[in-house]
Design a protein around this ligand. Structure first.
Ligand code: ZN
Length: 204
């Protein structure tokens, strides 16, 4: 009973444990053979904890899609809406290193539209947590589908992963492109092609 209550609370409001992060960073430094007590590193655990609070802020509050995307009803616009080249930063959950790039978000309204800044907010919400690019892409498309109920949605994310580039697995500057295609974008090739042309991609 007590446990259920706790789970419920942590689901809605997941406050970060900064002290735990600090201890972990100290251990990490020791683990790699560093001296956490040397002057340059003294404040590092605290800095990292503060930084994590910011870059993982998407975890702190579980939000329903309607809290991020506020649909505006009664709109007659039924052509493609595209927000392109939105910069974002996220963290790869496999290596805890950044991946970053640009997102392109499109949908075709069906009686409802949404503020463009809301789309950017949704991207931030999903990006600011340990992530994989594929999931980030589909979570965005799915949120748009459920909150705006458009005729279709399409998200393309083009990103550089430091876990690949820093470790020399791939050449620096190589990029990963992912897409999530829903509704009319999936069923109609010309709609998909229109989106690709607008973001300047022949294919992906
Ligand atoms: Zn990685």
């Amino acid at each position: 009973m007590e446990k259920d209550k706790k789970n419920k609370k942590s689901k809605k409001d997941n406050k970060m444990d900064l002290e735990k992060i600090k201890k972990a960073v100290t251990l990490l430094l020791e683990g790699i053979g560093e001296d956490p007590g040397r002057p340059g590193l003294l404040k590092t655990p605290e800095r990292v904890a503060k930084m994590y609070e910011e870059i993982f802020s998407g975890l702190e509050t579980k939000k329903d899609s309607e809290e991020i995307l506020n649909p505006i009803e009664g709109e007659s616009h039924d052509e493609m809406v595209l927000l392109k080249d939105i910069p974002f930063y996220s963290v790869c959950e496999h290596h805890l290193l950044p991946f970053f790039g640009r997102a392109h978000i499109a949908y075709i309204p069906d009686g409802r539209i949404v503020g463009l800044s809301d789309l950017a907010k949704a991207l931030e919400y999903f990006a600011k947590r340990p992530q994989v690019q594929e999931r980030l892409t589909s979570q965005l498309a799915d949120m748009i589908m459920s909150a705006i109920k458009p005729k279709g949605a399409m998200v393309i994310i083009d990103a550089e992963h430091l876990c690949m580039n820093m470790r020399g697995i791939k050449k620096p500057g190589s990029r990963t492109v992912t897409s999530a295609v829903r509704g009319i974008f999936r069923s109609r090739a010309t709609t998909r092609e229109e989106m690709l042309a607008l973001v300047g991609k022949k294919e992906f």
